[in-house]
Write a protein that binds this ligand. Structure first.
Ligand code: FAD
Length: 401
């Protein structure tokens, strides 16, 4: 196997770790820099970031896992809870199921930490890949491929690589370095809404609600959603305007707020736990980013949230990041096969071929990502307002007359 080319990947999150696997599989020597400790170690389990405990993974995400290794897809599929539709909860407790697809296609709930651990284990299984935890990327000279970082002993170090990949999330430093060299169009926007997570325990050892749905309590300007976990619990997320969060300050206020707006959920979640979780759990902000191009010559590229952070309402941020990895691999492989049809080792691509591959990746992905960023925003209105069962509400109103 040829190891003539090296890549430094910044960010060992969901997208960076999958990227590392792909490059190692294609014969690249991979150094993955992750500023956090290794969350697979029991002593670091509590460090899993508090962004969302579970995620919806769709066919878009599975496809990227499968292309790397069908066993990886099988491994992840064994650890998901299928969600065949959304369950809409009216204020009076009535539930209406809305199937996602007439052919039964569905999304799946997976634990964020479960998925990231599987991906990190997969990176570790490639002899060409080295994981560097507690290593924080600082800066890079994109032309020479020199990458500077702070290592796990707090020392500044440098390495040189043929290619640099930024998978370091929405606040990407790699993107910042690229912006200093490329005429990059960039926009970022925080929406006026935030979120807070809560838990819903199992009820008598079973799921408290139908596990095969994504549950939504749409209330117009705000909503509560719940995704199932493998351990028969649900993770619930309240999305609402910051102005409303500001009005719900005390434990009594959150209990009253749930009682007025989500009484059935409150009963299942437990008032005590809602009170304490609202007080202690962080309130997250939501933003989206669009930028173009995603590349610098044939030397640097950004993927995942670094390129296109989006609001979570379409459940596609990670899925789209996984698709980036699959798309980039597909383009590199196709260009390789023009001259070398019998090899899958994209590490043999010349510098000009790499530039072509990255240019094509950037051109195709920026428009796709921009579309999904917009769809994700649009879907917030769909989820919090349009999914309401108006026919039912109308009947209720008639009955009341
Ligand atoms: P990140 O997950 O942000 O990972 C970046 C990594 O880079 C981190 O590990 C970080 O520590 C590391 N890093 C950062 N800076 C440096 C540095 N200087 N040096 C070294 N390492 C660095 N997506 C879905 O597909 N489905 C969902 O259902 C879904 N639900 C969501 C719910 C919520 C509430 C939110 C906020 C997001 C949701 N998403 C969902 C989006 C998803 O979380 C992101 O799209 C995904 O995490 C992006 O992965 P990433 O690897 O690109 O970035």
């Amino acid at each position: 196997m040829s190891t003539e080319r090296s890549v430094v990947i910044v960010g060992g999150g969901l997208v960076g770790s999958l990227t590392a696997c792909y490059f190692a599989k294609r014969g690249w020597r991979v150094d993955l820099l992750e500023k956090r400790p290794d969350i697979r170690l029991p002593e670091n389990a509590h460090l899993v970031e508090h962004r969302s405990i579970n995620l919806a993974i769709s066919e878009r995400g599975f496809s990227a896992l499968r292309r790397l290794n069908p066993d990886l897809e099988r491994q992840v599929k064994a650890l998901v809870v299928p969600m065949h539709g959304r369950m809409i909860h009216a204020l009076d407790g009535r539930q209406t199921s809305q199937a996602y697809d007439v052919f039964g296609r569905h999304i799946n709930s997976v634990g964020r930490s479960t998925l990231i651990k599987i991906l990190l284990d997969t990176v570790s299984s490639y002899s060409l890949a080295t994981l560097h935890f507690n290593h924080e990327f600082l800066e890079a000279d994109l032309d020479s491929g020199r990458v500077a970082f702070i290592d796990d002993k707090g020392q500044r170090q440098e390495i040189t690589a043929d290619l640099m990949v930024g998978a370091d999330g929405a606040y990407s430093k790699v993107r910042q370095r690229m912006m200093a060299r490329v005429k990059m169009n960039y926009s970022q926007k925080y929406i006026e809404h935030g979120y807070c997570e809560f838990s819903m325990p199992a009820l008598n050892g079973a799921y408290a609600m139908d596990p095969n749905h994504l549950h939504i309590w749409p209330r117009g300007s705000f909503m509560l959603i719940a995704l199932p976990n493998m351990d028969k619990t649900f993770t619930c997320t309240l999305f609402m305007p910051w102005s409303q969060f500001d009005q719900v300050k005390s434990e009594d206020q959150i209990a009253a707020f749930f009682q007025s707006n989500f009484p059935d959920a409150l009963e299942l979640m437990g008032e005590k736990s809602v009170r304490s979780e609202y007080a202690k759990n962080p309130k997250g902000s939501l933003m989206y980013i669009k930028c173009t191009p995603y590349t610098y010559k044939g030397r640097a590229v950004i993927l995942g949230d670094a390129a296109h952070a989006m609001v979570p309402f379409y459940g596609q941020g990670m899925n789209c990041g996984f698709e980036d990895v699959e798309a980039l691999d597909g383009i590199m492989l196709r260009i390789l096969h023009e001259k070398t049809p019998d090899s899958d080792h994209t590490c043999a691509l010349s510098e000009s071929q790499m530039q072509r591959a990255l240019d094509e990746y950037s051109c195709t992905r920026t428009s796709d990502a921009s579309a999904i960023v917009d769809l994700a925003l649009e879907n917030y209105i769909e989820m919090r307002a349009r999914v309401v069962d108006y026919a039912y509400l109308f009947r209720k109103k008639l009955e009341g007359i």
